[in-house]
Design a protein around this ligand. Sequence first.
Ligand SMILES: Nc1ncnc2c1ncn2[C@@H]1O[C@H](COP(=O)(O)OP(=O)(O)O)[C@@H](O)[C@H]1O
Ligand SMILES: [Mg+2]
Length: 263
Amino acid sequence: MPALLELDQVTKRFGGVVAIDEVSLEVEQGQAVGLIGPNGAGKTTLFNCITGLARPDKGEIHFGRGSRDALVGLAPDEITQCGIARTFQNIRLFASMTVLENVLVGTYVRTHTGILSAMLAAPDARREEHWAHERAMGLLDTLGLSSLANERAGSLPFGHQRRLEIARALASEPALLMLDEPAAGLNTVEKKELLDFLSRLKGRGLTLLLIEHDMQVVMPISDRIAVLDYGRKIAEGSPAEIQRNAQVIEAYLGKPPAGNPPA
Ligand SMILES: Nc1ncnc2c1ncn2[C@@H]1O[C@H](COP(=O)(O)OP(=O)(O)O)[C@@H](O)[C@H]1O
Ligand SMILES: [Mg+2]
């Protein structure tokens, strides 16, 4: 069976910078794949190419089981409808909307009548609105945010905002969830909670692709890890293989994290 997500020699340039250089990658249904590499390696750009926020200069991206969609050229909302959802390195929430409203926005891709008829409140739309509300509350509950449903999203502490972003992404019922540095800025307890939560999602069959610098998050969750450096995929393998790969240690793992000089 073909992979759920397949990138074939994807290249993306910004002026003279080759942000992504002929990267091929496969993500199998049900797997968690980690994407690591130094800052500026092209990780977020790769996410943007997959989700339609950047258009590759070259290469192809296919997604789906059975009938597969060619993603290059599709708009971001069309890609969401194909079954891909993501979170952002810099959290993107509607700060002045409530926690619940933020998740409801995520459910609209799966309701057919859409926002306009929901406002006109036809009976069908009412039913869907009810369904969307139930579903959104269920997701908030799963993420331990239901007691905050009516708070303004912008007023939540950082760790809760990260969780809310995941709840909103899940609201579109994706087959593939892509997370861009989900552990960044979280404390040790929150990182542990994140890891537990991602493991549960994976256990329920969700496919994950995650960019993450924290090795204690990315190593245990990932079935496979791909390493980017200067836009090129320099290694791919099991977490154990990656941890002992000399080229990876040279390019990335051997370097002390920024702002954390060697003792
Ligand atoms: N919209 C953009 N315009 C110009 N250059 C960009 C843009 N987005 C990313 N880049 C450049 O592409 C390279 C890869 O960036 P990025 O994908 O953000 O890396 P990472 O997420 O691995 O830190 C960097 O050199 C960055 O400056
Ligand atoms: Mg990035």
